[in-house]
Design a protein around this ligand. Structure first.
Ligand SMILES: [Zn+2]
Length: 358
């Protein structure tokens, strides 16, 4: 019995030894596989870093997503801009511009929030004062006011003028060889703004888009085979029963009919219009800004939208599909032409050349 016991103990230790050798082999194999994976990873990372560098070269490296915490943390060391992250982001959203580009230009113009212009005049964008013949920097009552004004200016340059890369903006902000730049500092603008953009996590939008051609200035009818079911007029609202001005044209169409962009433009809103947003009642709605006419068109009650905010569309692009979302009683497209972003609608019928029955 004892020898048998001994024997079985021996067997056990042989087993342990086998397991130990086996484990060592497994560990070595795992180690080799790990090294191989790391090498492949490094190779891929190197390739993507190379890609990124080449994008930085033209001032356009899109990450596509804003890391808000990182963005706000970067502003913590930016002088008067400390704590202004949410303000940058909300203005950028309103103006349909990249918050990273917005912040990078503000940092570049103000030496990270420490220049006299921003500290004493609340002017983060180097905006000049028209009342002094552009000879002095404009004074703003608050920094928020200065940021709002800078946002409007950037919107006009990037969205309306199509200056959607750092290079194109640099040619306006800091023209190389300008008479007011005798020491040639302007040549630093593009590399500086590019490098600051990286510090904020990289550009997130706009610059991937090619410059808007500006469009034709002549709208096409936004649906094929248009039937006007309700014209631009005073009428009794069929849902509320209240007399109101109908500020667009309705085209009755089967659900799912393609809705076309009336002209080239930039998407300033796309999605469900919730009450209080300025798009309440429109259901799924797309709002386009047209550079050529300095006008806006709006397409309401969609089944679904087919475009994203910031996207540049061409005339005739499918921007959504007819539905009956929002304040609507049947499938139709509600179409508006606006002289101002949030109002001043005009009758589209004579502009489109369609016959409106009422
Ligand atoms: Zn309508």
């Amino acid at each position: 019995m004892a020898s048998e016991g001994q024997d079985s103990r021996n067997k056990t230790s042989w087993g342990l030894l086998f397991l130990r050798i086996f484990s060592v082999k497994v560990i070595i194999i795992i180690f080799i596989v790990f090294i191989l994976i790391s090498l492949i990873g490094l190779l891929l990372a190197g390739r993507s870093a190379q890609q990124e560098t080449s994008n930085i070269g033209n001032g356009c490296s899109i990450t596509g997503k804003l890391d808000e915490n990182f963005f706000n943390a970067t502003l913590e060391n930016a002088g008067v801009f400390k704590g202004k992250g949410d303000k940058f982001i909300s203005i950028a959203k309103k103006q349909n511009i990249d918050p990273v580009l917005f912040a990078a230009i503000a940092m570049s113009e103000t030496g990270w929030g420490k220049s006299d212009a921003v500290v004493h005049k609340n002017n983060p964008g180097g905006l000049m004062d028209a009342s002094t013949g552009m000879s002095t920097v404009k004074q703003f009552a608050t920094l928020d006011e200065g940021l709002e004004a800078m946002g409007v200016t950037l919107h006009n340059r990037i969205i309306n003028d199509g200056l959607n890369t750092i290079e194109k903006l640099g040619a306006i902000y800091a023209p190389i060889g300008a008479s007011n730049d005798p020491t040639g500092l302007n040549q630093n603008w593009v590399p500086t703004v590019t490098s600051i953009s990286q510090k904020f996590g990289g550009l997130t939008m706009n610059c991937s888009n090619t410059a808007s051609s500006g469009g034709t200035g002549k709208y096409i009818i936004p649906v094929k085979n248009p039937v006007v079911s309700s014209g631009f007029s005073n009428r009794i609202n069929p849902v509320t029963g209240v007399q109101e001005r109908h500020k667009g044209l309705d085209f009755a169409q089967p659900a799912g009919t393609e809705i076309l962009a009336a002209d080239d433009g930039v998407v300033v809103f796309s999605g469900l219009g919730v009450s209080g947003s300025g798009y309440g009642g429109y259901g799924n709605v797309v709002h386009l800004e047209h550079n050529k006419n300095k006008e806006w068109t709006l397409y309401g009650h969609m089944l679904r939208t087919n475009v994203k905010v910031g996207q540049h569309v061409k005339q005739g692009d499918v921007i959504g599909y007819v539905g009956s979302t929002g304040q609507s009683t049947g499938n139709h497209l509600h179409f508006e032409i606006r002289k101002e972003k949030m109002g001043s609608q005009v009758d589209p019928a004579p502009i489109l050349g369609v016959i409106s029955t009422n």
